[in-house]
Design a protein around this ligand. Sequence first.
Ligand code: GLU
Length: 428
Amino acid sequence: MSEQNYNPYKNAQAQFDKVAEMLDLEAGTRELLRQPMQEAHFTIPVKMDDGSTKVFNAYRIKHNDSRGPAKGGIRFHPNETVDTVRALSMWMTWKCAVVDIPLGGGKGGVICDPRTLSKGEQERLCRGYVRRIHAQLGPNLDVAAPDVMTNSQHMLWMLDEYETIAGGRYPGMITGKPVGMGGSLGRTEATGYGVIYCLQECLNKLNMDIKNTTVSMQGFGNVAEYAARMYIELGGKLVAISRTDRTTGTTCTIKRESGCDVDELKQLKTADGGIDREKAKELGYEILPGDAWISQDVDILIPAALENQITPEVLPMISSKVKVICEAANGPTTPDCDDLIRERNIFLIPDFLCNAGGVTCSYFEQVQCNTNYFWDKDEVLSKLEHNMKNAFQSVYELAQEENLSMRDAAYVIAIKRVVNAVELRGWV
Ligand code: GLU
C-alpha cells in the first residue's frame, strides 16, 4: 500500500482543520491546537553488548495538557518519524477528550528495532530515554505507556529509572506496568476489548447480529489479538488476517473460511512480525497476498496495524459486502477516503474513539496506583465497557442529529472539550 505519500501529521492537521472550520474556532485557538505545545528531540547513547556505543534518536511530544497531564505511549520502530509522533500526540489529545478522561495528549518514539537489541541493550535504552527527559515526565506532567513494540517490562525499567532519579515511588508516572508492580488487570486486553465494545454498539445500531458477521483484520499484534478473542467469543467469525514481516517488508494474508483460531494464529506468528506459511498451510489456511485482507467478502474490516493503510488507491478493493470499518490502529485511513467511505454507506468507527480502551484503562491504572487499591478484573472491564459504550453513544447521537460522519462527530465532541479547557484556563 502506498504510505509514502501520506504524512500522518498532515493528515491529523487536515482532520482538525476541517472541524475547526465547522466550529468556526478563533484563529488563535486553531493555531494552538493544530500543533504540539512542546517537543523534545534528543539522542540516547547506549552501550551495546559488544562494547560499542550506539546513538538512538528519540522524541517525546506533548500536544496539549489543558485537560490534564499529557498521556500517551512510547513506540519503538525503525521507521519512526517526528511527524508520526506529532500526529499520534494530537490523536491522544482527542482520544482522551472523546472518552472524557482528565488527561491531555502526548506521544514518544525511539527510532530503533527492538528485535535486534538484546534484553540488556533494551533496558539501557529505556533507562537512557528517561534520563534524558526525566524533568518533563511525571504523574502530573506527562505519563507514558506502551505502544508499538514496547511492553510492560520497558515501562517498568523506565519507572525504575525515574524513581531512582526522583528518589521516591511514583507509580502514576507511567502506565501499562506489569500486574503486581502497579499495573492494572485488564490493561493488556483493554484496547482490543474496547474495539469490540464499540463494534457491539455499532452492530446494534445497524440491526446486525454479531453471530452472523465475518471479519478480516490487518495486523495481529496485541490490539488485534484481544479484539479477535472477544469477537470470536461473542460468536463472530474471523476469516482472514494479514501481517508484515518487518525484516523483509513482505506482507501476507492468511484465510480460512471456517474461521481462524486465535491460539493457532499466535503460534503462526514469526519473531519478525510475519507468518509461518508452511505451518499455516498445514492448519488449513490459504496463503494470499498481503493486501488481500482488504478485499475479503466480509461484513467488517478491522485495520489494526499502522497508519495510512486505507487510501483512495486501495478503497475500490473493499467488497460491497463490507458494512463496518473499525479503526483499531491509529490513523489507518487517509483523510481523502472519508467522504468516499461515507458515500459507500460503510459505518466507520474512528480510531481515536475505537481504540481508546487502552488509554481509558491506563487512566484506571493511575487511579488505582494513586489510591493504592487495586480492583479485580471484572471491575476494570465493566468500567471500561461502560466508558467506551457511553462515548460511542454520544458520538453516534451527535452524528445522527447533525448528519455528520462518525469521525467528524467524534472530533466535534473532543475539540469542544479541549477548547473549553483552554478557554477556562485563559490560554486563548
Ligand atoms: N498507546 C496507546 C494508544 O495509542 C495507549 C496510550 C496510553 O495508555 O497512554 O492509545
